[in-house]
Ligand binder design. Structure first.
Ligand code: 4NP
Length: 146
């Protein structure tokens, strides 16, 4: 799960997907394309909204996306166009490129909608981010469990 800062959107996506899958069968992680928040916990507003829906993300630590993530993961879900471009810049071959998907395409196929960055807004933005990611992760979990 990849966003820019790895403190608002992708930590939510990581926590939500983990809550829908057996933890010992999947490696689920998140990262940011930027390095501003490496080592930081998620934004308090993400922690709060997740907690409200029974998901604990408070132990996560920010890290930056790196080329080796293409080797570790089968699927790389990005939140928006700019994350997509930044991740694709690090791809080494066509196989890497094929792993990268816009997360909302799981519920709105081929539309390339962005998960808006809630960082500069209020708590309501984090609520709607949670709902979008919950729907998308439900689809992802269904596919992975098939
Ligand atoms: P995120 O939101 O990409 O959803 O984690 C952001 C958080 C922090 C910054 C940018 C986006 N920042 O520039 O510090």
């Amino acid at each position: 799960m990849v966003c820019l800062g790895n403190i608002c959107r992708s930590p939510l996506a990581e926590g939500i997907l983990k809550s829908k899958l057996p933890i010992n069968q999947f490696i689920i992680d998140s990262a940011g394309t930027g390095n501003y928040h490496v080592g930081d916990p998620p934004d308090l507003r993400s922690i709060k909204v997740a907690k409200k829906y029974g998901v604990n993300i408070s132990n996560q630590k920010g890290r930056q996306f790196s080329e080796t993530d293409f080797d570790t993961f089968d699927y790389i879900y990005v939140m928006d166009d700019s994350n997509y471009e930044n991740v694709i810049k690090l791809a080494r071959n066509e196989q890497d490129i094929q792993k990268v998907r816009m997360i909302l395409n799981e519920i709105y196929p081929k539309q390339n909608y962005n998960v808006p960055d809630p960082y500069t807004g209020g708590i309501q933005g984090f609520e709607s981010t949670f709902k979008m990611l919950d729907e998308a992760c439900e689809e992802i979990a269904k596919k992975l469990l098939k």
